[in-house]
Design a protein around this ligand. Structure first.
Ligand code: F6P
Length: 321
């Protein structure tokens, strides 16, 4: 490998800059050239590519977002567009590529690997929904951001003796919601992974807790379940308690990455470059049982993980009773 390209793809996540920085500086330390690719696969097929040096990533480790910009490139599902991507790598002399993103981005990486570009994926998404790894870059920052926002909502909810329904991100996965359920001390968490939710039970619980002297109620709704506005209206109608819905939305994707995100991003970035230097391709970096590991992209995409049943059990035990 002589020249390593790096791109970020899909939704951005805090810590992506730290990962880019680690890729760039590790590659330079190993004597490789580095090319930054802007706007993910879109930038690759358009040739939006520039050479990076150690200074290119100065003053970025603490910044949210991605300095390389990102895009969701639907076009890249087409074989002729993938071929254009591989051809563009050749034009710029890129023989190794690091793709920072989620499952969709890894599918594209696998296609490029089949077309002869040595490609490695790094898991970057706030959703934690990549099955081959216990950690994805951005999750810790997003959960901390959501936690702080929900703490603030709790203040005003208590002052007004209201019920708060808070919707957090996660696409089809409930990891952010489950964590917030525990760390914010919510009364109820709606998760896409848990189907047997009984709304009558929730209403009864809210009323019972009020009788016990509780002055506010906090319900966490996962984006994958959705419908927080409607739920708030139904709770208000059934209980007579003023209820507000808040959708936290994209604020969960921004902000300076936490130490945990910066550390994983730095370690995974260096690991990815070392894989390329060993001649590896079609691999995804993961963090499992406190160790950095790597998997074949196709095997990684076929893996399945679920939310922690123990965490769910604890979240239920700690709800007000
Ligand atoms: O994958 C990250 C994520 O923020 C999800 O939690 C959410 O469903 C989605 O991206 C939102 O995507 P967009 O930024 O394209 O609206």
């Amino acid at each position: 490998i002589k020249t390593i390209g790096v791109l970020t793809s899909g939704g951005d996540a805090p810590g992506m800059n730290a990962a880019i920085r680690a890729v760039v500086r590790t590659a330079l330390a190993r004597g490789k050239r580095v090319m930054g690719i802007r706007k993910g696969y879109q930038g690759l097929i358009n040739g939006d590519i520039f050479e990076m040096d150690a200074r290119s990533v100065s003053d970025t480790i603490q910044r949210g977002g991605t300095m390389l910009y990102t895009a969701r490139c639907i076009e890249f599902l087409q074989p002729e567009v993938q071929q254009r991507g591989a051809d563009m790598c050749k034009v710029f002399g890129i023989d190794g590529l690091v793709v920072i993103g989620g499952d969709g981005s890894f599918k594209g990486a696998g296609k490029l690997a089949n077309l002869g570009i040595n490609t490695i994926g790094i898991p970057g998404t706030i959703d934690l929904d990549i099955d081959c790894t216990d950690y994805t870059i951005g999750f810790d920052t997003a959960v901390n951001t959501a936690m702080e926002a929900i703490d603030r909502l709790r203040d005003t909810s208590t002052s007004h003796e209201r019920c708060s329904v808070v919707e957090v991100m996660g696409r089809d996965a409930g990891y952010i919601a489950l964590w917030c359920g525990i760390v914010n001390g919510a009364e109820y968490v709606f998760l896409p992974e848990v189907q047997n939710i009984k709304e009558e039970e929730l209403i009864e619980k809210i009323l019972m807790n009020r009788k016990k002297g509780k002055r506010h109620n906090l319900i966490i709704m996962s984006e994958g379940v959705g419908g927080s506005d409607e739920l708030a209206k139904r709770i208000e109608a059934a209980t007579g308690i003023e209820t507000r819905a808040t959708i936290l939305g994209h604020l969960q994707r921004g902000g300076s990455p936490t130490a945990v995100d910066r550390m994983h991003a730095s370690m995974m970035g260096a690991y990815a470059v070392d894989l390329l230097c060993k001649g590896e391709s079609n691999r995804v970096v993961g963090f499992k049982n406190n160790t950095y590991v790597d998997f074949d992209i196709d095997e990684a995409l076929a893996m399945q993980k679920d939310i922690s049943s123990r965490q769910y059990e604890v979240s239920q035990m700690l709800e007000t009773r």
